[in-house]
Design a binder for this molecule. Structure first.
Ligand code: TYD
Ligand code: MG
Length: 475
């Protein structure tokens, strides 16, 4: 009797990539991982999409398809809407990933409160926390909305039934790793559960034209726990990033079918939730110590948005031990490359120094335009000479120590000028850029090499230590 309605079958599912096979392989034929296939019991429901009786399948002329662009629902959190590409698209399935405790639930609860107050009902499926816990958080961040419905439920089938009846404008599932469908024998958070739950939520989103948010935890390796395939299934993947013990959070789109992946939103975690940071450059530079060696200001471009950030470096002599290179918010390999360039092209004896580099505010800078700032910060710390206070640094460094041009130079320079910086040390300019920069209210200085740039950026040598002394002393 128990098997009469369901057709149970066993599959082997790769825990790395989600590949399914009817038989066992020691090595996944899809992604090549060893010992990654796990036996999973799958129950094909009679109502699954393949078996469903479809009557009205027809193609639609492109011209008759209404564009979703005009029907976006703005959440009302400017920074969030910016990352989404101007608001929520009906039927969109959006994955919000991030480390535990970074603020995913906080952000979505704030968004839910806004939508509930401005647009209509929101269903918040709390699969990790009780309704009381969510209520406590809501009180803390001042979210109070009649139209916000909480559902502490881990059974996705039950939750979707509620959604069908409630007909909310937005659904939030917190988190995709804790909901489950009864038909699958495996426990919540396993590849098959996460996949099946995502698939059902996608079906719901598309059929009901309701945007659905999924919260996804990130594993130590930095990928959303569960199969990569979830990232392929959803329409948009957003990451909330930042250092847990810093107040700033950056919301970044790594995939967005309805907008660009260029934009970032900047928030500050305060006592009462995430506050939008409209002017990130000013905020990130607030705590900068003037005249301190080892600190440089760079201009990174996050999408179309230039942001000024302080980069700090500390070099400190070690005796016999292997010197350490540590980077926070900056790529370690890139740091090692820059150190090698400083050693080889400028003769800096960094072989007996630990080097620590830190991007302040808990931000992560990935673009090579930050190279020059990092190199100058290291040089500044090594020579104990502060970087000139009125100067920003922009430029990629090549292996020969040459400075290479970067994109969006005019936007970067404009932002630096608007924050009161008077000098910018940059790579050699093309003629077109020369014209652009002539109109800016700051002095633009081109340097061909990192050596030139360092000379142009550092303030006068302090009376006690000079670069030459230091280099000679080590030699
Ligand atoms: P949370 O949204 O629960 O993180 P996630 O869902 O990503 O796991 O946020 C947890 C952290 O945020 C927690 O350490 C406390 C902090 N926090 C604040 O600082 N201010 C606030 O107003 C709230 C709600 C949380
Ligand atoms: Mg949470």
């Amino acid at each position: 009797m128990p098997r009469s309605r369901h057709d149970r079958s066993t599959r082997w599912v790769c825990q790395q990539c989600g590949y399914e096979s009817p038989g066992f392989y020691g090595r996944c034929p899809s992604c090549g991982a060893w010992n990654s296939l796990v036996e999973t019991v799958i129950v094909d429901r009679p109502s699954s999409s393949s078996g469903r009786h479809r009557t009205s399948v027809h193609a639609v002329p492109l011209a008759q398809v209404t564009s979703a662009g005009e029907r976006r629902l703005p959440i009302g959190l400017g920074e969030f809407d910016r990352v989404l590409g101007g608001g929520l698209v009906p039927g969109a399935l959006i994955l919000l990933g991030g480390d535990p405790g970074i603020g995913k639930s906080t952000l979505l609860l704030q968004a839910a409160g806004n939508v509930a107050n401005r647009i209509g009902s929101v269903l918040y499926i709390a699969a990790e926390e009780s309704a009381e816990q969510v209520k406590l958080r809501a009180d803390r961040i001042g979210v109070d909305a009649d139209q916000l419905y909480l559902l502490p439920e881990t059974s996705l089938t039950a939750a979707l039934d509620v959604a069908q009846a409630l007909k909310p404008r937005v659904v939030i599932v917190d988190s995709i790793q804790t909901v489950f469908v009864e038909e699958l024998a495996s426990s919540p958070g396993t590849v098959s559960q996460v996949r099946e739950c995502t698939a059902r939520l996608m079906r719901y989103a598309k059929e009901a034209h309701v945007p659905v948010f999924l919260v996804g935890h990130v594993t130590k390796e930095g990928v959303i726990a569960g199969p990569r395939v979830v990232e392929h299934m959803v329409d948009a993947v957003l990451y909330l990033e930042g250092e847990r013990f810093h107040q700033y959070r950056v919301l970044r789109a790594v995939k967005n079918r309805f907008g660009s992946t260029d934009e970032v939103g900047v928030f500050e975690m305060a006592d009462h939730g995430l506050q939008e940071v409209g002017n990130p450059s000013g905020v990130f530079l607030e705590q900068r110590l003037h005249d301190a060696p080892g600190s440089a200001v760079i201009v990174t471009l996050e999408g179309t948005r230039p942001i000024l950030i302080e980069v700090q470096a500390l070099t400190s002599p070690v005796g016999y031990a292997m010197p350490r290179r540590t980077a926070t918010g900056f790529d370690l390999n890139r740091l090692q490359l820059l150190v090698a360039v400083l050693q080889k092209r400028l003769g800096y004896r960094l072989g007996h120094h630990d080097i620590f580099v830190n991007v302040t505010g808990g931000l992560r800078v990935v673009e090579p335009a930050a190279d020059l700032g990092v190199a100058v910060a290291i040089a500044s710390s090594f020579t104990e000479r502060p970087v000139r206070d009125d100067t920003v640094l922009i430029g990629e460094i090549g292996l020969s120590g040459e400075l290479r041009s970067v994109s969006g130079l005019d936007r970067r320079l404009q932002e630096a000028a608007s924050l009161g910086f008077q000098r910018a040390v940059i790579p050699p300019l093309s003629e077109r850029n020369q014209v652009l920069t002539n109109r800016l209210p700051l002095t633009v200085i081109s340097a061909r090499t990192v050596a030139e740039a360092i000379t142009l950026s550092l303030a006068e040598a302090s009376p006690t230590v000079s670069l030459q002394d230091d280099v000679e002393a080590e030699a």
